[in-house]
Design a protein around this ligand. Structure first.
Ligand code: BGC
Length: 371
């Protein structure tokens, strides 16, 4: 009797001090090896049991499992079930992209009178830091302990002249998966030589569930009264164009597919939407996506100057992702926050230069809920 009482007391103490059995917030499992580096799958589980999976191959998001309005869970981002599938597949799905996300015209830019040459991997241009950019390197992992939410920090040292860019650059991507179903990404960058950069996350979203049809019925809002028109190689013309009166006006919600086939020069050049929208920079939410069938809703909040809205115009269905599902034409959309393409060659755009002694810090949040 006395023993039972002591046992009961111990349990009460354990429960109240929070020392009882606790759900593991971050699980780390070996996923594969790449060029001698160990690649892990990190499973982050929040209070509601919703799961975010990350991997240090490209510091990428590979799984976001969320309920619809009836509580049925599905994964809403593109990725692969196996490591081999991931390496053989589209390298950008969910990855952190750098040193320069998006295009640099003809793979050349000049800094303090020195011309730098980058790998050409997209028509005549350099795209996403070249073929071996940050999306395809093995990052270091730190599971951040003593935090309220599951948190993983990826770090990488990008060596001087990597893919043609000057300066050793230290880059950090800190992912936090909150109980409010928010993925918070905090980027920190430093360099030891003057350089240029543009960092983003390249997740594809389909709020029906990845691989479940197209995204043309997703209702998109972007708080941007201007966007960046491009030429046929998707290089900016150098101006900003007002969205008013055009199929690029998403200042109020519109279905992605509503105006996509209109005879408008930029939709023809981009083969659909594949453009940077310049945020109006309110302190509120910068973009939202609503999918009416499941009720899933995504908000994007960022301190970056704009967002590349890309609606999967180059997806062909050849990429087979999670659960053996093909990722078909326009079956995913990206909202890649960052600077404008080709900024190092475009004097009118905000500067993408980073100097030694400076620290670039930036935060983007993808917040999920249902309506
Ligand atoms: C670009 C697209 C490109 C895609 C590659 C996007 O950031 O804007 O043009 O095809 O990345 O995954």
């Amino acid at each position: 009797m006395r023993k039972n009482l002591i046992l009961l007391l111990c349990c009460v103490v354990l429960i109240f001090t929070g020392c009882g059995p606790k759900q593991e917030m971050v699980k780390k499992e070996l996923f594969g090896t790449y060029k001698g580096g160990e690649v892990y799958l990190l499973t982050l589980t929040n209070k509601d049991g919703n799961v975010l999976k990350l991997t240090n191959f490209g510091a990428r998001i590979t799984w976001i499992e969320l309920p619809d309005r009836n509580g049925n869970k599905d994964n809403v981002t593109f990725g692969f079930d196996t490591f081999d599938g991931m390496v053989a597949g589209d390298r950008y799905f969910g990855a952190v992209v750098g040193r320069y996300a998006n295009r640099i015209a003809r793979g050349k830019f000049t800094l303090d009178g020195v011309e730098y040459t980058l790998p050409i991997n997209n028509g005549p241009n350099s795209l996403h830091g070249g073929p071996d950019g940050w999306h395809s390197v093995v990052w270091n992992i730190e599971i951040v302990e003593k935090t309220e939410y599951p948190t993983v920090k990826f770090t990488y040292r990008s060596p001087d002249m990597e893919a043609g860019y000057p300066g050793n650059m230290d880059v950090e991507a800190l992912y936090t998966w909150t109980d409010n179903n928010e993925i918070i990404i905090d980027y920190t960058l430093t360099t030891d030589k003057k350089t240029v950069f543009n960092i983003t996350n390249h997740a594809y979203f389909n709020l029906h569930g990845a691989g479940n049809g197209d995204i043309l019925d997703h209702e998109l809002m972007i708080k941007a009264s201007r966007f960046v028109p491009v030429d046929t190689f998707l290089i900016p013309t150098g101006e900003y164009r007002p969205v008013a009166g055009s199929p690029f006006d998403f200042t109020t919600p519109h279905k992605v597919g509503e105006r996509i086939n209109e005879n408008y020069d930029q939709l023809i050049f981009g083969k659909g939407y594949d453009h940077t929208f310049v945020f109006d920079n309110t302190d509120e939410v910068d973009a939202t996506v609503y999918e009416p069938v499941s009720g899933r809703f995504m908000e994007v909040i960022s301190d970056q100057p704009g967002v590349q809205f890309y609606c999967g115009n180059f997806l062909t269905g050849k990429m087979i992702g999670h659960g053996g599902k093909p990722y078909n034409y326009r079956s995913g959309l990206c909202l890649e926050t960052g600077h404008c393409p080709d900024s190092p060659n475009q004097p009118a755009f905000p500067s993408t230069v980073l100097n030694p002694g400076e620290t670039f810090k930036s935060r983007t949040i993808y917040r999920f809920s249902v309506k």
